[in-house]
Write a protein that binds this ligand. Structure first.
Ligand SMILES: *[C@@H]1O[C@H](CO)[C@@H](O)[C@H](O)[C@H]1NC(C)=O
Ligand SMILES: CC(=O)N[C@H]1CO[C@H](CO)[C@@H](O)[C@@H]1O
Ligand SMILES: [Cu+2]
Length: 603
């Protein structure tokens, strides 16, 4: 394996519009973490797994704090990894706008980049004639089953995609699936900052290659919108029906909370044998993952479990700002950063629920249900800006986001450059969503838990020092200060919404999950579930890995997640309190380190 350097520039407040609390928090450790590189492998036994196993045996804290140093890293033989000297890590990340010109896909170790094109052949999406004809109407997948003619056409389209020359035609099902693998499993590299990073690394170690991933940033929603747009157009072209629209997996409605039956027919091209067979006909649990230590209150009736799932959806949608919904701007050369609530919640839970190909980023695109799952993620974005009346990023500094561009092959086999500004409005892309089920989650605003005994004194033990490694079965308690501005009386509508920010370092190849509770007395955690106000939410990681290999990424992924507090504080009536008691409840994952928990005001 060729030696190459990985530089991880820290994600800083400069990349986010969140205001730090008025009292500065001591964060001396920032920028002093040493990060390791690894291979994500789906199966045990690969070199990367050995590397990880070795690093797991080290004291996590030492590894995180960079105390093992270069010598120790050499001693544990982490393959081709190089460690950046702590002092060389710049204070801010490089925020070059991500365009198709500054990223490139690297074929390696059995993975072939799909749809290689000549730059001079690329046409701009905005220069192509806009879609004419009727809007393509995406309908709920659990209801289209009744429309036999539609299902036949959809199956015929996917079968034709599967029959296309896998390597020669970029519209083949295999090439389409490989697009997700390329962009999501460390095959893309950011080239624009390579020179800067090389200087930072102090020269040696070959060409630094910086991972690019469309997850964990505000690129998530628009990139997936583009991807399934072209997938849908290709099917329409193959079956000769330009009105063809993908069905969406309506998992936010009680009747859609299971794998849509059209995907569970073994003789259909929509089938994928590689799914968790225990879940293919079961009602979905958005709160459960493999090995998750589910301590949620046991529901004795369907109404209660339904409420739980609908509250999960409510919580991901009831966020006030684009930053909370979409996550941070992608920081080139930085850690992937920060998923928004759209990505973190039901999206990840559904991937994990289906399992198999869907359960890891490298292979997710190989399961036909992926495109219907993401049609619903896309619909949730559409609803957030339309029905819910929210705005995507606006104002200064959002140009980079709108200019973000990628090249996809379209239905005519033309490489097309499409940018975020082209996809902000589904109508302009020629499609819409038919709403058949009531949006029940809209009125599932959680209510304060009724079964909690509130002691008079402090309810949780005092402060915790960070970083702390979460261990299954052991809850962690931390008291956080609220910024002065958050407590200002009057509840001015101009006040920026309050959020609980949790910084975590995880193993990107591992499924990880923890819940966050606010103001729940110690020992009473099991009395609180998603339907309760005190349940601030869940952090969940969809693992990298799987696929054809060759993808390499960081052995540590540092992410920031924001839990919405505005309604929580309002509903608990604790708006004047100086502090909040936070409980971290580990559910899954052996390598979750919480680096910090704090309250911020989020623009
Ligand atoms: C399963 O798919 C096959 C192939 O498309 C089709 O002929 C058959 O009717 C489907 N079965 C059901 C139960 O829908
Ligand atoms: C449709 C439905 O109710 N699905 C799940 C919602 O969540 C609970 C657990 O909180 C599951 O048990 C349900 O099956
Ligand atoms: Cu994805």
């Amino acid at each position: 394996m060729a030696s190459s350097s990985f530089i991880v520039l820290p994600f800083t407040a400069a990349a986010s519009a969140c205001l730090p609390p008025s009292k500065p928090v001591a964060r001396g450790k920032q920028g002093r973490r040493t990060r390791l590189s690894c291979h994500c492998k789906a199966t045990a036994g690969g070199a990367g797994d050995d590397d990880l196993a070795v690093s797991r045996r080290l004291d996590r804290r030492d590894v995180l704090l960079g105390l093992t140093g270069v010598g120790a890293a050499g001693a544990i033989n982490l393959g081709g990894l190089a460690l950046a000297a702590d002092d060389a890590v710049p204070a801010t990340c490089v925020t070059v706008p991500v365009t198709d010109q500054v990223i490139r896909c690297v074929s390696a170790d059995g993975f072939n980049c799909p749809g290689v094109y000549r730059p001079e052949d690329v046409v701009d999406f905005s220069a192509l004639p806009p879609p004419n004809g009727p809007l393509r109407v995406r309908r709920p997948a659990h209801l289209v089953a009744a429309d036999k003619e539609y299902v036949r056409k959809y199956e015929a389209g996917v079968r034709m995609m599967r029959d296309l020359d896998a390597s020669g035609d970029p519209r083949s099902f295999k090439s389409q699936a490989a697009i997700h693998e390329a962009y999501c499993n460390f095959h893309y590299k950011v080239t624009a900052v390579a020179a800067a990073a090389s200087r930072t690394a102090g020269g040696g170690g070959g060409t630094p290659e910086i991972d690019f991933d469309v997850h964990f940033s505000s690129i998530f929603a628009p990139w997936h919108r583009m991807y399934i747009y072209f997938f849908e157009r290709i099917i329409g072209e193959l079956i000769g029906d330009t009105t063809f629209a993908l069905p969406y997996w309506n998992w936010d409605a009680p009747d859609g909370m299971m794998l849509p039956p059209i995907f569970n027919n073994a003789s259909s091209p929509l089938y994928d044998a590689n799914r968790d067979q225990a879940h293919v006909t079961a009602v979905m649990d958005l709160n459960k993952g493999p090995g998750a230590d589910n301590e949620l209150p046991l529901c004795s009736d369907d109404a209660c479990v339904k409420e739980n799932n609908l509250s999960v959806i409510y919580r991901q949608m009831a966020v006030d700002t684009a930053l909370q919904f979409h996550g941070n701007k992608f920081c080139a050369g930085g850690t992937p950063g920060s998923p928004g609530s759209l990505e973190n919640a039901a999206h990840t839970a559904v991937h994990i629920w289906v399992g198999g190909d869907m359960g890891v980023l490298g292979t997710a695109g190989r399961d036909p249900v992926f495109y219907s799952h993401h049609a619903n993620v896309d619909r949730m974005w559409h609803l957030w800006t339309t029905t819910l009346g929210n705005q995507d990023f606006v104002g200064a500094g959002t140009g980079d986001w709108r200019d973000t561009s990628f090249v996809f092959y379209d239905e005519k086999r033309r490489p097309v450059r499409i940018s975020v500004r082209d996809v902000l409005d589904a109508g302009r892309l020629g499609y819409t969503y038919e709403e058949r089920e009531t949006l029940e989650w809209l009125d599932k605003r959680p209510k304060p838990a009724t079964g909690i005994d509130r002691p008079a004194g402090p309810s949780v033990p005092a402060a915790l020092s960070f970083p702390v490694a979460l261990k299954k079965g052991r809850k962690e308690y931390v008291t956080v200060e609220r910024p002065e501005e958050a407590r200002a009386s009057g509840g001015s509508s101009k006040k920026a919404p309050e959020v609980l920010v949790v910084d975590v370092t995880i193993d990107p190849c591992e499924y990880a999950k923890f819940d966050v509770l606010v103001n729940v007395p110690k020992g009473q955690e099991a009395r609180v579930g998603p339907q309760d106000t005190e349940f601030a939410g869940t952090f969940e990681n969809l693992p990298h890995g799987g696929g054809d290999g060759g993808g390499r990424g960081m052995g540590r992924l540092t992410l920031t997640y924001r839990f919405a507090l505005r309604e929580l504080v309002e509903d608990l009536g604790c708006g004047q309190d100086r502090r909040l008691d936070v409980t971290l409840v580990p559910r899954a994952g052996g390598m979750v380190v919480v680096d910090d928990v704090r309250v911020e005001l989020c623009n």
